[in-house]
Design a protein around this ligand. Structure first.
Ligand code: GUN
Ligand code: ZN
Length: 442
């Protein structure tokens, strides 16, 4: 009799992942695991066997159909640690830096998400876009409207995705129709936590937009919520733009700096993720480290809004966790491949570099660690959740030419990050099931 039930899935092919988290970028290469011909077996969404095809006991596969991808590369699904689903329709809004971009483009767009039917439509488009780009987990901003959170979690649940999201808390310096109050933001966030947090694969994030759009009273209640529900996330923006930083200083004169505002309200910690952190000072780097808070590095957004160059080396030096964020709609692509290509250039402009293996780390296991999810996501270790993608290295004639001149896996990866995009994603598996395929026949 077969030991399997209908929930068993088997995938064979070339596998690449990173076996351990790293405290220095130089260590990553020795943690790379490349299996030229391997098998991954999952049951009920969890990896139950992973290794070389040659080591497979045939009894393991008794009665199980094997999906075989002999010509592709199979990696863990990408993790996007900062993105705004309601901003999908306003990518590429022209000509502004952060604060005027928010007022002129972002707030008018976000007002539309009061309408649940509209939020449903964009949530569905957004999740499909994540999956076709190989992103299997994301930490997502919704809008101030609780309906927008329901819309997103409902679509994610229909795909069994591990997704973290929350309602924006914002009670000043935005159009009145887009503001809540300190009290309503607390009550609505609490209701959403009770409704969604740890239901299926959903996780909730307390989401004050950024310090300038919250009163002290709101930030204080956000901190109280975090104390009441310690396993939820905190997700916000920090130190993105110089005018923004000066504004925070004038709004919160009694705080030592921008991060100190969040810190004093109890919003730092191992499940706190701060997008950008382009211009942190030494005290702030130390506080990020001491509180085990994480950074979402968003290169396409930082370039698009002219915010600045994120000093990735400093994060390693200070032992601060970093994940990769697309930050759509200030970011210009849903693709983690394109985002890594820009991350490399951001390092080059600072006289630093970014190896292919380090880049791969940030998009997979490092991203999982920055979300405190390295025990369930980020590589193919048995017991982890079966979220993975099938990548075609040769999606265009140009890529084919370039890849034919690559000899090492590192070089193949680097060319993929430089030239690749959603055309390279052949299939996306979430919780062991194929939820996206680039061709209807595979
Ligand atoms: N800071 C506050 N809100 C936002 C936003 O929507 N996008 C970006 N990039 N930065 C922000
Ligand atoms: Zn953002």
């Amino acid at each position: 009799m077969s030991m399997h039930n209908a929930d068993t899935q088997a995938v064979r092919g070339r596998f690449l992942d990173i076996q351990h988290t790293a405290s220095q970028p130089e260590d990553i290469a020795s943690h790379i695991r490349y299996i030229e011909d391997g098998l991954l077996l999952s049951n009920a969404g969890k990896i139950v066997w992973f290794g070389a095809w040659a080591d497979v006991d045939p009894k393991l596969l008794d009665g199980v159909a094997v999906a075989h991808y002999p010509d592709q590369l199979i990696t863990p699904g990408f993790i996007d640690t900062h993105i705004h689903f309601p901003q999908t329709e306003m990518m590429g809004a022209y000509g502004e830096q952060l604060l005027s971009w928010l007022n002129n483009y972002t707030f008018p767009t976000e007002i539309k998400f009061k309408d649940k039917a509209y939020a449903d439509q964009i949530a569905s488009f957004f999740v499909n876009e994540l999956l076709k780009n190989g992103t299997t987990t994301a930490l997502v901003f919704c809008t101030v409207h609780p309906e927008s959170v329901d819309a997103l979690f409902e679509v994610a649940a229909s795909k069994n995705m591990r997704l973290i999201a929350g309602k924006v808390m914002m009670d000043r310096h935005a159009p009145e129709t887009l503001c809540d109050t300190a009290q309503s933001s607390y009550t609505e966030s609490k209701q959403l936590i009770e409704k969604w947090h740890e239901k299926g694969r959903a996780l909730y994030a307390i989401t004050p937009r950024f310090a300038p759009t919250s009163t002290d009273a709101q930030l204080s209640l956000a901190g109280q919520l975090k104390q009441e529900f310690p396993s939820v996330y905190v997700h916000t923006h920090l130190s993105e733009n110089k005018d923004e930083i000066a504004w925070v200083k004038s709004l919160f004169p009694h705080h030592a700096g921008y991060l100190d505002v969040y810190h004093q309200y109890g919003l730092t910690g191992e499940r706190s993720v701060f997008a950008h952190c382009v211009h942190l000072n030494e005290d702030e780097w130390k506080c990020m480290h001491d509180t085990d808070s994480a950074i979402a590095f968003c290169p396409t957004s930082n370039l698009f809004l002219g915010s600045g160059l994120f000093p990735l080396r400093k994060a390693w030096q200070h032992g601060v966790k970093v994940g990769l964020g697309t930050d759509v709609g200030a970011g210009t692509s849903f693709s983690q491949l394109q985002t890594l290509g820009e991350a490399y250039k951001v390092q080059q402009l600072q006289g630093d570099t970014l190896s292919a293996f380090e880049a791969f780390y940030h998009a997979t296991l490092g991203g999982a660690k920055s979300l405190d999810l390295e025990d369930c996501l980020g590589n193919f270790n048995v017991g982890k959740e079966a979220d993975f993608i099938v990548i075609d290295l040769n999606a265009t004639p140009l890529q084919q030419l370039r890849q034919s001149h690559a000899s090492t896996i590192e070089d193949h990866l680097f060319a993929l990050f430089t030239l690749g995009d959603d055309r390279n994603i052949v299939a996306t598996y979430v919780n062991g099931q194929k939820v996206y395929s680039s061709s209807l026949t595979t």
